[in-house]
Design a protein around this ligand. Structure first.
Ligand SMILES: Cc1cc2nc3c(=O)[nH]c(=O)nc-3n(C[C@H](O)[C@H](O)[C@H](O)COP(=O)(O)OP(=O)(O)OC[C@H]3O[C@@H](n4cnc5c(N)ncnc54)[C@H](O)[C@@H]3O)c2cc1C
Length: 525
């Protein structure tokens, strides 16, 4: 029987980061991955009908990757990773030809807000100023460490003025925060869109600080040169250099537990692989606790918590990908030439009230009026298309269960892709002639490829008050340890959650090293 110090389940970026760190600490590790390729949400594929056109089918906008501790610790640039951070980071195109712009330079962002409302521009500056230290001294360190129990966290925060301010702002919902602080409907819509719609239910109290933190963050969207998968390749190289192995097309059938301790994995092919020290699952709670553990090993209260685990209603994405003769040229660009170099472009969103509509449609399983956002990656990285050509994509948030059943997507996909293209053409008329090829991907396709993103939830678990921090994935379970000694969690269902942050894998690494009595500092020096 093959035997390792540890086995990681799932070779997404969180699993690979954990594996590379533990390899550097001297442990012999194996990662088992069900797909034919590692990287999970870091996926770049070539259009089979149009060779040379590369498309990032999952994560594309990656926030502050180059500032992440693991990016430096694992020397990912030495392993080939490179990031690009375009200065005009986000542009929201309004129906009347205007644009709300977010720049890496805050003064340019403030100037853009002032075109809509001078008062909102002042408010933006004020919140940015106030939240810079809160973000730097509290929120960033929290996102990189094991979460404290809420009472302990509150007591610690209450000791400082910055902490008390954070508690006060977070008592609001993002919607309340935005309505209270800003006046212009497009500014409000933009603020909610950038943060709220992607991550939390805008109506839920406890998340009011998210928008202020976003305003203060120096971290903007970055893109990976060579496609998102290039980061996965760099992580794989770091794993290989540390002596780790990744076994593709290998699905675990069960986690083997002996004398109460996790000691290995049995694959779907019936092979037993031993783990002397640990097993770390980057999968969702249903997969880890229900699919992979024998019933007798899961106490009723844990089973019930797994069954109650919620996925984000608003997370599923529909994607339209284009192969192009030339990049989209936005009509608004005649007045604003800078739009030709915008990274993220948002269309269909003018007014904050549209959010209620979007939520209502998601609850009903129907398609709302289109709000979409995307990019033309080849403007910044020509390597993602044949010479002189381009790729571009748009995403839209759409319900996983279309008219009650996700299977309905297979029949509705193409028609919806055409509707998105029609809106895109209104803003970029040159698309009438520029499109060489296209394809769509529905929320159902996401789950087919990455079943851990249950119900199309690309964040692998809702951000609600009882599923964040110390309570992610369950109440009191935010320790990365499970009820079975030797079995750990390291994926997006753990704090601080989904997206390409690598932080669940990073924090799980510290926990496992600590439990093995290995000093992280010494092991990784
Ligand atoms: C369309 C789309 C767009 C997105 N856009 C962005 C974006 O712009 N920015 C951003 O930051 N994030 C984005 N995300 C979200 C991001 O991709 C995820 O949150 C992130 O990939 C989660 O990382 P992870 O390592 O926890 O899990 P994953 O990346 O999902 O990796 C999990 C791995 O486990 C494997 N696996 C699953 N089940 C099993 C099993 N039973 N046995 C073995 N292996 C298994 C999977 O194949 C996968 O390789 C997007 C996601 C999608 C789908």
């Amino acid at each position: 029987m093959a035997e390792y110090d540890g086995i990681v389940i799932g070779a997404g970026h969180n699993g690979l980061i954990l594996q590379a760190y533990l390899g550097k600490a001297g442990l012999k590790t194996l990662c088992v991955e069900r797909r034919h390729v590692a990287g999970g949400g870091l996926a770049t594929v070539e259009d089979p009908r149009h060779p040379g056109f590369l498309h990032n089918t999952h994560a594309f906008f990656q926030r502050a990757i180059t500032a992440m501790p693991w990016y430096a610790d694992l020397e990912l640039e030495r392993h080939g990773a490179r990031y690009i951070e375009p200065e005009l980071n986000v542009a929201l195109l309004t129906r009347d030809g205007g644009a709300l712009e977010w720049w890496t330079d805050i003064d340019r962002t403030v100037a853009s807000f002032a075109e809509f409302s001078p008062r909102d521009a002042d408010t933006l500056k004020r919140w940015q100023h106030e939240f810079v230290p809160i973000l730097r001294d509290i929120l960033l360190p929290e996102s990189r460490s094991m979460p404290l129990p809420p009472e302990e966290r509150r007591a610690a925060l209450e000791k400082t003025a910055a902490g008390r301010r954070l508690l006060e702002v977070s008592a609001l919902s993002p919607l309340e925060f935005v309505h209270q602080e800003f006046e212009h409907p497009t500014v409000k819509a933009g603020l909610l869109f950038f943060n709220g719609l992607r991550e939390v239910d805008l109506r839920v109290k406890g998340f009011g600080h998210h928008i202020a933190a976003l305003l203060a963050s120096p971290a903007k969207a970055q893109m990976s040169r060579g496609g998102s998968a290039a980061l996965a390749r760099a992580l794989e190289a770091a794993v290989a250099e540390s002596g780790g192995e990744v076994r593709l097309m290998t699905e675990p059938a069960r986690i083997v537990v002996e004398n109460g301790r996790a000691v290995g994995v049995e694959t779907a092919d019936g092979e037993m692989i031993g783990a002397r020290q640990f097993i770390a699952s980057s999968l969702n709670p249903t997969q880890t606790f229900i699919d992979l553990l024998d019933d007798a090993l899961v106490p009723r209260e844990i089973r019930e918590q797994v069954e109650r685990f919620q996925y984000n209603l608003l997370a599923p994405l529909f994607a339209l990908h284009l192969n192009l003769r030339e990049p989209p040229r936005y009509a608004a660009g005649t007045q604003r030439p800078e739009l030709a170099q915008a990274l993220m472009v948002i269309m269909g969103l003018d007014h904050v009230d549209q959010f209620h509509d979007v939520v209502r449609h998601h609850e009903a399983g129907t398609i709302p009026p289109t709000v979409m956002w995307g990019a033309c990656p080849t403007l910044f990285d020509p390597s993602q298309a044949p010479a002189g050509h381009h790729t571009a994509f748009m995403w839209e948030k759409l319900p996983y269960r279309l008219n009650g059943d996700s299977a309905n997507w297979d029949g509705a996909r193409d028609e919806h892709g055409r509707a998105m293209l029609a809106l895109w053409r209104q803003h970029a008329p040159n698309l009438d002639d520029a499109v060489i090829g296209s394809f769509t991907r529905s929320p159902r396709d996401i789950v087919r490829e990455l079943p851990n993103m249950r119900e199309g939830d690309l964040l692998v678990g809702a951000f609600t008050n009882d599923q964040v921090g110390f309570h992610r994935p369950f109440r009191g379970a935010g320790t990365y340890r499970t009820h079975i000694p030797g079995l750990y969690l390291c994926g997006s269902s753990s704090h601080p959650g989904g997206n390409i942050t690598g932080l669940p894998g990073y924090i799980a690494t510290q926990v496992i090293l600590n439990d093995l009595g290995i000093s992280a500092k010494e092991a990784l020096a």
